[in-house]
Each structure stands twice: as C-alpha cells, then as structure tokens.
Design a protein. Structure first.
Length: 231
C-alpha cells in the first residue's frame, strides 16, 4: 500500500518566514538572496522556482529528499535564527508559498516562492542600516552583502536599501529594522517615485562616501603622506 499525504487546497497561498543573505551580481545589475544552509550555493530572485540541490531530476519538493525552499510558520522562530554568529548579517524574509508544498509542524517545504518583504538588521556598529555593503565574501558572479550604516560604508561596493529593492524587482519591499522595531527604508518604486525617507537615506549614504574620500585625500596631502614630497 502506498502512503498518500493529505492534500490542502487553501483559498490563498500560505505565508512563511525565513532568513537569507542578500547578494548583488558582479556587474551590479541584479539583486537576490542565497540560503543559509543547503541552498547557499544557489542564489535566487524574488520570484523563483526550487530545484534539487543534489542535482537529481525529480521535482522539488520530493517526499524522499530534502530539496525545495524551506520556511517556518512563525516570524519569531525565524528571527531567533538571527542570533547565531554565522547568521548575524542575514536578513529576515516574509515569503508567499506557491506551488506544491509539504507542511511540517514548524513550517513548509515547497516548490515556488515570492519574497514579499526583506527586513534588514542593524549595522555591525549598532546603528540602523542605510545600505547593504560588500561583506567580503561571495560565490562566482555574486557578492554577499551585509547591513551597513552610512558611516561604515566607506568605499565598499554597496547599494542603498531602496536601490536593492529596485534591482530585485517584483515589488519587493525592503525594511530597516532597529532594535526589533522595523521602519520603512525602501520600496520597489522607481527612483522618481521615492518618498522623503528614501531620498534622505540615499543622500546620507552619498554624503558618507564623500566625507570618507575627502578624508583620504586630506591624508595624501599631509607631509609624509603617500602624496607628499620626499626630502
């Protein structure tokens, strides 16, 4: 006798939560996410289909495999994963579960998803994030990004939260969280439709970069600096 799992036909797609690392393509034209466990080698977009990470040809999710996207039912459970050292720079995603799925006690394993919102934690210095900057690691073609305030970005490759949302597309909303209280800091709207908070964040990021470059130029002009005259 073949065991058959019960089938659900919900009126609307379920919602779940997960954590992931934001990534930026090497040419700066695309943005997406990468998983924190088995799916870490396969960057995905806001709207994406799962595939078997082991290269098997069956569709995901398969009952006899652990492939497919994963998420949990409860937001608090997903937030708790951000406490571990290796996940401190990850972001919290709210996703819509699409296609076939397998329900578990704490979440879903499923075939297709849409990322609805991404909540970015604070910068390593503790200030609210204004951008996502190069974390110093990645995979071929993709840079992993980490939350950064305007003062800590400096000359690193980075994008503002609003710019990341635009590059990711599909109506993604990016939020900046500070001490567990998220506040809007980015939307999927074109640049000409950005509101005052988004424009202020963009301006702060540009000003921080200018300040850093001016500091470096001033150092080069000091006696004994690399740009000073030699005796």
């Amino acid at each position: 006798m073949r065991l058959r799992l019960p089938e659900e036909r919900p009126a609307e797609p379920p919602t779940g939560y997960k954590i992931a690392h934001p990534v930026l393509s090497h040419d700066g034209r695309r943005a997406g996410f990468t998983g924190v466990s088995l799916g870490g080698a396969l960057p995905y977009g806001v709207l994406a289909d799962a595939s078997c990470v082991y290269g098997l040809r069956h569709g995901a999710p398969h009952r006899r495999c652990d492939c497919g996207f994963h998420c949990v039912h409860d937001r608090t459970t997903a937030e708790a994963l951000l406490c571990t050292a290796e996940h401190r720079e990850a972001v919290l995603l709210e996703v819509v579960v699409l296609g076939r799925y397998i329900r578990f006690e704490r979440g879903f394993r499923y075939a297709r998803q849409r990322v609805r919102t991404a909540t970015v934690g604070p910068c390593a210095c503790g200030a609210a994030a204004a951008a996502l900057a190069d974390a110093g690691r990645g995979r071929p073609g993709w840079r992993v990004l980490a939350p950064s305030c305007a003062g800590c970005v400096r000359a690193r490759t980075s994008v503002s939260l609003a710019a990341f949302a635009r590059l990711a597309g599909e109506g993604l909303r990016v939020l900046a969280g500070a001490e567990g209280a998220p506040r809007a800091a980015g939307t999927g709207l074109p640049a000409e439709h950005l509101g005052v908070p988004e424009l202020v964040a963009e301006a702060a990021l540009l000003q921080a970069r200018l300040d850093w470059f001016q500091t470096q130029l001033a150092r080069l002009g000091e006696p004994g600096g690399r740009g000073g005259r030699q005796g």
